[in-house]
Design a protein around this ligand. Structure first.
Ligand code: GLY
Length: 585
């Protein structure tokens, strides 16, 4: 059986408000209950028995499915998905960016991660984003060459294939090359992103030529070809990812960075020195399952793990998704975790990080939630340090992080699972296009622009060769060593909230992957509760305000891609807010 779940064929549950008497779980606090259900009505997920791929674009998911059909595994399929995403969703991820990958090996039960985060050029200094001692405005720093870090994605494709792949490397690029040469249809989402970004895109001539031909933004349905990208992929397919880091493609990147409206520091030496790092997965136990993901330089798994660990003592399941008390707990656990994130989390190869998942520490933090209303204020805690001698007093940093990015979830016929979040950071990254037909990232703006706060150094300050702190949270959940969930999302620092909510929706509230992906969002990072506009989440505003939260109704643009595994069956979810699909067999 072959299954394709197109997001657009589903009733769009995000905008469908439902009455309370539909599927509201039991709660001990009926007086604090949303006026409408937060459990989306979606078509029942049809299970597959062999493999599944969930990704943000139908052409990309289909490229992965084609590889899986031919007997390739999840690592092989990822190479095909990513190379097509870089073409059809260029605003979000691509060869010019970086990614984090979590891998579950079915044969050994081993879980590991690959860090393909961009690095700061060797010439970068802590004051990279300061002029005359003042921090630059965010977009003043983003647009142009200064924000470009050494890309990691091409090296990641090769390393994942070397470690786990079994399919012919060159053939993994066939779909992307064919679409790039024959042309693909510009999607509504890409067209809208171009339309909204015309001013910044037009500052970089090569970028403007591609997305705004003769000054007119591409429209949905236009056919777009990218022969330069096809030629880059042909070189990588033939000679490996090394051709990206040395030679003509590398020289083209350096030239583009140096010729950009705001020249950057990236050199051929930076490109030649790039390497992917295999790191141990970071895991937290929640409701008897191991929730595992990407450790530093990502803050993803540590922050998601802290949120869930602080919620563990509370019966969120009984409260149900419409309970304001449940959201008080989730919101304040998230605020506490974000306070630790701001102070302590950065690239661990450069700064020591305390044991932020220490269970005694988190039990103590969880007691702060034993109250009737929102925490009036939140501060970072004092987690234990492995080595007291390394203890450092850091300053809080709140570096901005905007939403573009994409997430790929795959389970193959052998039961291997891959969760990969991939990005060029901002929508269209630095807006600088390399001659090889791909956009370059602005990942360096994920560093703190400031060097110190209150006289203390900031852990996530810029340093040469360092990887900027990320919020990406590709996640794999195991129970008794067996695969249970593959989850991840784009969304800047709200990724953490989207992923934590999707996990709670499935592990506490029993939602299936499509319901979890479609559920209205409530996200709290620094105090203000963001409630998803046009959804049942708005119905909780009065109660959350009565509890002491500020609320803000806004667009919350997640892109969750989820696969659940139970009793040998796979079910999938693709976020209806984007263009993604699930394909399974
Ligand atoms: N640039 C988005 C992130 O890494 O979180």
């Amino acid at each position: 059986m072959r299954l394709i779940l197109l997001c657009c064929l589903l009733a769009n549950p995000v905008f469908a408000q439902q009455s309370t008497d539909q599927s509201a779980p039991e709660s001990g606090s009926d007086e604090r209950r949303a006026a409408v259900s937060l459990v989306p009505q979606t078509d029942a997920a049809v299970p597959s028995e062999q493999w599944m791929v969930s990704a943000a674009n139908p052409l990309a998911a289909e490229a992965g499915a084609a590889v899986l059909r031919q007997g390739g595994n999840a690592a092989d399929a990822m190479v095909a998905v990513q190379s097509v995403l870089g073409l059809v969703e260029p605003q979000s991820s691509g060869l010019g960016g970086g990614a984090f990958l979590v891998w579950f090996d079915a044969a050994t039960g081993h879980l590991t991660t690959l860090d393909a985060r961009e690095t700061a050029p060797r010439a970068a200094r802590t004051t990279l984003f300061q002029t005359d001692g003042q921090t630059m405005g965010f977009f003043d720093a983003v647009v142009g060459g200064l924000s470009v870090g050494t890309p990691g994605t091409p090296a990641l494709l090769e390393e994942a294939h070397r470690l786990w792949g079994n399919h012919n490397w060159a053939q993994l690029f066939d779909s992307a090359i064919a679409h790039a040469e024959q042309g693909f249809e510009v999607s509504a989402r890409l067209a809208s992103a171009i339309d909204n970004d015309q001013e910044k895109l037009s500052t970089q001539p090569a970028t403007a030529d591609y997305f705004l031909p003769e000054g007119t933004p591409l429209s949905a349905g236009d056919t777009l070809k990218n022969p330069a990208y096809a030629s880059t992929l042909r070189a990588i397919a033939r000679d490996g990812a090394g051709v990206f880091y040395k030679g003509n493609i590398a020289q083209g990147i350096v030239n583009a960075v140096q010729a950009a409206s705001q020249p950057g520091l990236l050199t051929l030496d930076d490109l030649a020195a790039y390497h992917v790092i295999e790191r141990e997965a970071v895991c937290a136990n929640y409701r008897g399952a191991d929730v595992c993901g990407m450790g530093p330089p990502s803050s993803g798994a540590l922050t998601v793990g802290q949120i869930l660990s602080m919620l563990e003592p509370y019966n969120i399941a009984a409260m149900g998704p419409e309970s304001a008390d449940a959201w008080r707990l989730i919101g304040d656990a998230s605020r506490l975790a974000f306070a630790d994130r701001g102070l302590y989390m950065a690239d661990e190869d450069f700064v020591p990080i305390p044991d932020l998942l220490d269970i005694n520490y988190l039990d103590e933090r969880a007691t702060l939630l034993q109250r009737e209303d929102a925490l009036p204020s939140v501060e970072a805690g004092s987690p234990p340090w492995d080595q007291a001698a390394l203890e450092v007093e850091w300053g809080q940093s709140w570096s901005p992080s905007r939403a573009s990015t994409s997430h790929i979830s795959i389970v193959d016929a052998q039961g291997n699972a891959l969760s990969m979040t991939t990005t060029i950071e901002n929508g269209f990254g630095s807006r600088v296009m390399a001659p090889g037909g791909f956009l370059l990232n602005n990942e360096l703006t994920d560093f703190s622009f400031a060097t110190q706060a209150d006289g203390r150094p900031i852990a996530n300050r810029v340093e040469p060769g360092k990887r900027p702190r990320s919020s990406m949270a590709p996640t794999i959940v195991l129970r008794d060593g067996k695969l249970e969930l593959v989850v991840g999302s784009p969304g800047g620092s709200r990724i953490i909230g989207y992923v934590a909510q999707a996990l709670i929706a499935q592990l506490d509230w029993g939602m299936d992957p499509q319901q979890a992906a479609a559920m209205p969002h409530l996200v709290n990072r620094f105090g203000t509760y963001d409630l998803e506009q046009g959804t049942a989440a708005e119905g909780l505003a009065d109660e959350l305000q009565a509890l002491g939260f500020e609320t803000n109704v806004r667009d919350l643009n997640s892109g969750l891609h989820i696969i659940a595994h139970s009793n040998g069956r796979l079910t999938g979810g693709a976020d209806p807010r984007r263009e993604g699909v699930v394909i399974g067999k």
